[in-house]
Ligand binder design. Structure first.
Ligand SMILES: N[C@@H](CCC(=O)N[C@@H](CS)C(=O)NCC(=O)O)C(=O)O
Length: 217
């Protein structure tokens, strides 16, 4: 069965290496599963038919033979079903991995998304300056809870898996912020994930797919 992942053929410099098709690319690289990319232009209008695959016209979408799905977390879970190196088969280990996958995307990512908004995208807005202190305090508590749960372990479960792909790609969105550098346990965890050869291959492949200038699909 052939795997196809959607991605973009161009994004602004700041987003290069951070587009969420990195997650399924990384998962495929971890298990040596060949995949093809279908590159879309982010420049509107996106092909109307693509909204049947992803309701907001976003990437990634995965096709695995007859199966098609969107949402990078769901895609990671789907790929995990294919290979226990991504998602363990032991019931408790599997439940723990799924819980951490959701935690990455539901309990951590929204906070870091707002941090990026306040620090970068809306940094000049008065409301962003007012929001920053309380946001950093609340996000710090989230990250402290994560760091405590991780403890001295290498990965979120007993072995590396889809939950780590989600969590590392979520946390590295905050690598500009002191929130991460002041938490060495998490910074080391992200560095460990990014040092994996499969991550490096996925990152290089995404970067190689970008055109220098925006181009229509
Ligand atoms: N929750 C979705 C988010 C997907 C998402 O935000 N994709 C971004 C790229 S990282 C995108 O396509 N942005 C373009 C847009 O929103 O039009 C997922 O994890 O798959």
């Amino acid at each position: 069965m052939s795997i196809e992942i959607t991605g973009f053929n161009w994004v602004p410099d700041f987003a290069r290496g951070y587009v969420r098709d990195l997650r399924p690319r990384w998962a495929c690289e971890e298990i040596g599963l060949p995949y093809a990319m279908r590159l879309l232009s982010p420049v509107p209008p996106k092909p109307a038919a693509y909204f049947d695959e992803q309701p907001w016209g976003q990437v990634p979408v995965l096709h695995d033979g007859e199966v098609q799905l969107f949402e990078s977390g769901a895609i990671l879970l789907h790929l995990g079903e294919r290979d226990e190196r991504l998602l363990p088969r032991d019931p408790q280990a599997r439940a723990t991995a799924i819980a951490w996958l959701f935690a990455a995307l539901n309990s951590v990512e929204p906070w870091l998304f707002e941090v990026a908004n306040v620090e970068i995208f809306s940094a000049k807005e008065e409301w962003a300056k007012l929001r920053k202190p309380s946001l950093f305090e609340a996000t710090g508590k989230r990250l402290d809870g994560l760091a405590n749960a991780l403890g001295d372990r290498e990965w979120l479960g007993d072995a590396f898996g889809v939950a780590d792909i989600a969590m590392v790609t979520v946390l590295r969105n905050a690598d500009h912020a002191t929130l991460m550098s002041s938490r060495p346990r998490l910074a080391d965890y992200v560095a460990r994930g990014m040092a994996r050869p499969a991550f490096q291959r996925a990152l290089a492949a995404q970067l190689a797919d970008f055109e220098p200038e925006p181009v229509a699909a």
